[in-house]
Design a protein around this ligand. Structure first.
Ligand SMILES: [Zn+2]
Length: 1022
């Protein structure tokens, strides 16, 4: 305790208890072992092999760790056994893992209470001991570490320096090795390795930690080539930072098997680990995955991208998550992130590999300090992992759309096969198709099928640089965007198609309207008389409604009910459409669509506004409806006065009436509909209806008659009051509407509408006809103010009861009326058929009688004319066809033929010409030959003449010498004669020669002759 510096300031001391305290950071035993492996792996040791084994020394279970690294000298061993000394430095770019210089102490003291280190370097051997038992036994107040160093094996005795004697004595006394020989045997164990360096370090730990049951915390028996942690021991480990994934009960194999853990301990393993004599097949984890994709994480706090490798585990789909390394050393294994933490089966089987040198590991190197950086990293990893998972799934679905097997459940093989050379420890990439599991236990570079890397002297294949490799393309994102776009387009298309449908429907409705008009006109022409009688009957029926103002509520109620009925969207829709049927051209497309759709949800009021201006009279019932649903200020429409008067009445009961009548009325109607549809019309009509009807009948017929008189048979289709026409119209509309609503509305609703419309017409009929009667009353007290007076509950109840009664009564009346209507309709049909028979008979008669009438002849004439015209047309057509044929059919051929003929003609002409030319040529050649002959004869003549001239000259010269005067004149005359002869001869050759001009005294003619003779070739014409 007296240790102090030279100046007397005391040194800090370290209690032996600290050895235990220091070791508690390793809750998980493998993390303690990893520290020992790290020490050997570090560049200052740079061991190539590391052995982990269980040994028995003097009957005690021990763990032994041995490397074939550089070994330790006295000083480095002292530092190794001391605290806080870490002068580890990077060697050849390899950074040391041990940063705290605490690995050996914390690691070894976690595994057992005592440890002894044997080391052999090139020159000396060292033995050191770190033993809690020893410190306890000697009662040490401070940690003391016996260390000895000695020359490499000179004898079988250890000779140490004097000051190390105490250390040697304590080692021999307190360690398991009691003699020099035993200690030296351990040193020899180091050199017995296959390593050529014959150096290394050997650690033996005894007094192993035991569980509460007294057994060691390792299971050495289950697998004789492995060191495992029994599950009960693992469960005892309660540290939250233990490498167990808290989200699942699944324990990765690497957590309980040392062999498995060692295989992934380093991102890029440079050292072989032998667990219990068998090589650990270390994994190049980032390269042992399937469907590998490289992504990048760019932290905000760093200015560089961190690569992340994603892939599927090829061995077990249960082992997945992020493998987080720090300086090549595994910190966190299978850390589940993002979607993997949720129970949605997302990200199953996916492994991410990242080296987080920017994060700080905790002291036990099993986690990172929970900083903001760490959390950000984990979040980002979660996002990127889900992206990868989506991408691979998207791609797999694209490859095989019918596959239902998740990617994680399919058989996968690593994208690449890498194997480590047992000699140089370099990793070599094997060609595809080689099963790594079938390779020999010891593999060397010279076994490499790839000749480029078939030697231990060849450097490892360079890894792709992180910077120039982009992250993988996330195509599924693009697809998602496209899908969104497509959906939008599809929606637009559907909308367009909808418009198209509406267009066709519009056209159909127009066609129907035309048909309807035609039918109406036919009907009018056929039965004007019948119509009047029919109108009478209709009036009779509607009269009791017309009576309404006079009689108490009972007469009103039908109106109320029908109104409420027509509140239904269907009838509202009808209104909207009917206006269209009447004036389809004037109704633009858009408003109709608007009226069509809101009709189902909006109040009918808006619908009415849409349609009323086109067909005012048709909307009477709607107006009532309006008053019932939403009290409105009075309508200034003239024809609706009576309605307003009713409104006043009904408004008093609005809140209640609406509530109960709504449903009831609808039920009534549908019930009535069913009845009316199924039962044949009976002749039974209630007596009261009939009698009351008569009162009005007296008035109405006159009105109708005046109307009828005025217009008689010439009623136009536009007269809105014609009941028959209206009915036809109705039917027409129903048909049209049916086609409109096929998709959206059921048949039953349609039928209901049909009947409701019947009601509406009845009302309408009554009101319009009743105008004359109820005209005056209509203006009385129709103020909207009455709406706001609410009667008390009793009154209301009473009123309600009354109304219900009324309703029932009215419904009965209505049914009766309906039956009547049926009856009348059948009568009408009867009448119509009779009328038709009659008219047919008449037509027959008339055609019989009027055989010779004007019209008949006219007809005949017309027929004749028409016939003629048709014939004309047929002829025209035939002519045209013929013309067309002559033009079109042969034309193309003829043109060609003409062309060919023309060409052949030309050719023949040319051939003829050629023949002619040939003939001409022959003639010319003949001429030429003749001329040639002539020429030769001439030339011969010329020669002859020359010869003669020569002779004459010769003859003349001697004579001229003897007889100068006489012979001279003779010779010259002879010469002149000759020249004259020659001249005559020459004339035949040279026609231009005028002999009269030629002077024969001189030699002109001789020269000409000369010229002719020499220039024959040129002068003769061809
Ligand atoms: Zn090699």
């Amino acid at each position: 305790m007296a240790a102090q510096t030279d100046r007397g300031v005391p040194l800090s001391t370290l209690s032996p208890k600290f050895l235990h305290t220091n070791s508690t950071s390793h809750t998980w035993p493998f993390s303690a072992i990893a520290e020992l492996i790290d020490n050997a792996y570090d560049p200052d040791v740079s061991a190539k092999q590391f052995w982990i084994d269980k040994t028995m020394v003097k009957g005690e279970v021990c763990l032994s760790f041995m490397d074939n690294g550089n070994g330790l000298d006295h000083e480095t061993m002292h530092k190794m056994l001391s605290f806080g000394y870490s002068d580890k430095m990077a060697v050849n770019g390899l950074e040391p893992i041990g940063i705290y210089g605490n690995g050996f102490k914390s690691g070894s003291m976690r595994l057992g209470k005592d440890a002894i280190v044997f080391s052999k370097s090139k020159s000396i051997s060292c033995i050191g001991m770190l033993s809690q038992t020893y410190l306890e036994k000697i009662g040490a107040k401070q940690i003391i570490i016996p260390i000895i160093s000695f020359e490499n094996k000179k004898s079988n005795r250890i000779s140490v320096k004097e000051k190390q004697e105490a250390s040697l004595k304590d080692i021999l006394q307190y360690s398991l090795f009691k003699s020099h020989e035993e200690l030296l045997a351990e040193i020899d164990a180091i050199t017995s390795t296959l390593s050529s360096t014959k150096t290394g370090t050997r650690i033996i730990i005894w007094n192993l930690r035991r569980t509460s049951s007294g057994s060691t915390e390792f299971d050495f028996d289950r697998d004789r080539y492995d060191i495992r942690i029994p599950s009960e021991v693992y469960e005892e480990l309660s540290d939250p930072s233990r490498p167990l994934n808290r989200s699942t009960s699944y324990v990765p194999e690497s957590v309980i098997s040392l062999r498995e853990y060692c295989s992934i301990l380093y991102l890029k393993p440079r050292m072989q680990v032998m667990v219990r004599g068998q090589k650990v097949k270390s994994q190049l984890i980032a390269k042992s995955l399937a469907y590998i994709r490289k992504d990048h994480y760019k932290p905000t706090f760093l200015d560089k991208r961190i690569p992340i490798i994603f892939g599927y585990n090829t061995k077990s789909k249960d082992q997945y998550g992020i493998m987080m390394y720090h300086k090549n050393r595994l910190i966190k294994a299978y850390e589940r992130v993002g979607c993997q933490l949720k129970a949605n089966m997302k990200g199953v089987g996916v492994i991410g590999v990242i080296e987080c040198n920017f994060l700080d590991p905790t002291h036990n190197k099993q986690s990172f300090n929970e900083t903001d950086k760490y959390r950000k990293t984990i979040n980002s990893l979660g996002t990127k992992l889900e992206e990868y998972w989506n991408e691979i799934r998207f791609r797999k679905t694209k490859e095989d759309p019918n596959s239902t097997v998740p990617v994680e459940d399919t058989m996968k093989r690593p994208d690449q096969n890498w194997v480590q050379c047992d000699s140089c420890l370099r990793w070599r990439k094997l060609p595809d198709g080689i099963d790594v599991n079938k390779l020999p236990d010891k593999w060397y570079c010279l076994l490499n099928p790839d000749p480029q890397f078939r030697s231990c002297k060849v450097e490892e294949e360079p890894e792709d640089s992180d910077d120039d490799q982009p992250s993988y393309r996330k195509t599924y994102k693009q697809q998602e965007r496209e899908n969104k776009k497509k959906q939008g387009q599809k929606f637009e298309q559907e909308e367009e198609e909808g418009y198209l449908d509406l267009d066709t429907l519009d056209r159909q409705s127009k066609a129907f309207k035309r048909q309807h008009n035609k039918l109406t006109r036919q009907l009018q022409q056929v039965s004007p008389n019948y119509l009047t009688s029919r109108a009478d009957s209709t009036l009779r029926r509607s009269s009791n409604i017309t009576q309404a103002p006079g009689s108490p509520p009972s007469s009103e109620s039908p109106l109320v009910i029908t109104n409420v009925c027509s509140l239904s969207a269907a009838s509202a829709t009808l209104r909207g459409k009917r206006s269209q049927v009447v004036t389809p051209q004037s109704t633009p497309k858009r408003p109709r669509v608007n009226g069509f759709q809101p009709g189902a949800s909006d109040t009918p009021v808006s619908v009415r506004i849409d349609s009323s201006d086109t067909d005012e009279t048709d909307d009477d019932d709607i107006v009532i409806l309006e008053t019932a649903s939403t009290p409105k200020p009075k309508q200034p429409v003239g024809t609706l006065r009576k309605v307003k008067q009713e409104k006043e009445e009904s408004e008093n009961q609005i809140p209640m009436v609406l509530e109960c009548t709504d449903d009831a009325a609808v039920d009534e109607t549908s019930a009535a509909t069913a009845e009316a549809e199924t039962c044949p019309p009976t002749a039974v009509a209630s007596a009261t209806t009939q009698t009351t009807a008569f009162e009005v009948k007296e008035e109405q017929p006159s009105q109708n008659q005046t109307e009828g008189n005025g217009e008689t048979a010439s009623r136009s289709g536009s007269t809105p009051d014609l009941p028959v026409e209206r009915e036809v119209k109705k039917e027409q509309q129903n048909r049209t509407e049916g086609s409109y609503e096929t998709a959206s509305r059921s048949r039953s609703i349609e039928r209901e509408i049909k009947l409701e419309r019947g009601d509406g017409v009845e009302n309408h009929q009554g009101e319009t006809l009743g105008n004359g009667v109820a005209h005056m009353e209509s203006d009385e007290g129709a103020g909207p103010s009455s709406v706001l007076q609410y009667p008390n509950i009793d009154e209301v109840q009473k009123q309600q009861d009354q109304l219900v009664e009324l309703m029932q009564e009215t419904a009965q009346e209505r049914d009766a009326l309906r039956e009547q209507l049926k009856l009348l309709t059948s009568q009408l049909e009867d009448m119509q058929s009779r009328l038709q028979e009659q008219s047919q008979a008449k037509v027959k008669e008339s055609s019989h009688q009027a055989c010779q009438t004007d019209t008949q002849t006219d007809y005949k004439g017309l027929f004749e004319r028409a016939k003629q015209k048709i014939n004309d047309l047929i002829r025209d057509k035939e002519a045209l066809l013929a013309a067309n044929e002559s033009k079109s059919n042969p034309n193309c051929g003829q043109d060609e033929e003409n062309d060919i003929e023309e060409i052949s003609l030309k050719v023949s002409r040319l051939v003829q010409e050629l023949d002619e030319r040939n003939k001409e040529r022959e003639e010319l050649r003949l001429q030429l030959d003749n001329l040639e002959e002539e020429k030769s004869t001439l030339a011969a003549q010329c020669e002859e003449l020359k010869l003669r001239m020569q002779q004459q000259r010769e003859n003349a010269q001697p004579s001229a010498g003897s007889r100068t005067s006489g012979t001279n004149s003779d010779a010259s005359s002879c010469l002149i004669e000759l020249r004259q002869n020659v001249g005559r001869l020459l004339v035949s050759r040279v026609p231009a020669l005028d002999l009269a001009q030629v002077n024969f005294e001189c030699n002109v003619i001789d020269e000409i002759l000369e010229q002719v003779l020499t220039g024959t070739d040129f002068d003769f014409p061809g």
